[in-house]
Write a protein that binds this ligand. Structure first.
Ligand code: ADP
Ligand code: ADP
Ligand code: ZN
Length: 216
């Protein structure tokens, strides 16, 4: 099973993808995570992407399509993949179609997480994650069971906030989503594989709604 989780920044894509990884053994393909790793490693791609990401703008299609193409060459995608944060533009959606056709793969579901935009700033400015294992948390909606200790890997003092998770950048990211990403939905609707779910429900309920779609 290969799926895309679509939705604005803070909609819950990463949270839901990580559950699917743990419970279904699927692999999460997050262009945001790959780009952040490139920035941290100070690679050529990382150097080109850093300022764009800090400003909340989209990295060029050429860079992200290249990243995704390389990632799709790895054998673990046979376990089924979840695209989280890609595609984000019409050119990326078209590139994805071509890449998947070349590899003999298809998309089974596009799941759109529908959220109330006013809540996204709150979701994103309260977000933090474990730098050891990537587990995601929130100041109010998903606190670790023991403060300063990661529920998933047990690391202590490993929580980090992203530099782009501030209000001004979030507003730019939302504007990018509205103008460049939301318009790709009709492209997938024409294929008849789009499902919409309420991303404002509690995390467990969103997970249950995704399961119901995958079981269909
Ligand atoms: P995205 O990957 O779409 O940007 P995340 O999965 O990182 O979004 O979620 C953004 C923040 O909101 C995180 O701090 C996460 O813990 C929290 N969150 C995710 N889903 C929900 C939900 N259904 N209800 C409340 N908070 C949520
Ligand atoms: P979120 O889901 O919280 O918006 P991501 O981790 O998916 O954040 O992306 C963080 C940043 O990385 C984006 O604001 C953008 O600069 C860059 N990025 C990630 N994926 C893409 C993509 N598919 N196309 C262009 N830029 C991307
Ligand atoms: Zn951890």
């Amino acid at each position: 099973m290969n799926i895309i989780l679509l939705g604005p920044p803070g909609a819950g894509k990463g949270t839901q993808a990580s559950r699917l990884v743990h419970e279904r053994g699927m692999v999460q393909l997050s262009t945001g995570d790959i780009l952040r790793a490139a920035v941290a490693a100070e690679t050529e791609v990382g150097r080109r992407a850093k300022a764009v990401m800090d400003a909340g703008e989209l990295v060029s299609d050429e860079i992200v399509n290249g990243i995704l193409s390389t990632r799709l060459d790895e054998p673990d995608i046979e376990q089924g993949f979840i695209l989280d944060g890609y595609p984000r533009t019409a050119a990326q959606a078209e590139a994805l179609d071509r890449l998947l056709a070349e590899k003999g793969k298809k998309l089974d579901h596009i799941i759109e997480l529908c959220v109330d935009e006013d809540s996204l700033v709150d979701r994103i400015t309260g977000r933090f994650s474990c730098c050891k294992c990537g587990a995601g948390y929130h100041d109010r909606y998903k606190l670790p069971k023991i403060p300063e200790l990661c529920d998933v890997c047990g690391a202590e003092d490993s929580f980090r906030r992203r530099p782009d998770d501030n209000e001004q950048t979030v507003r730019n990211r939302l504007a990018e989503y509205r103008s460049k990403t939301a318009p790709i939905l009709p492209f997938y609707e024409a294929k008849g594989i789009v499902s919409r779910i309420d991303g404002m429900a509690p995390i467990a309920q969103v997970s249950a709604a995704i399961e119901a779609i995958l079981e269909r």
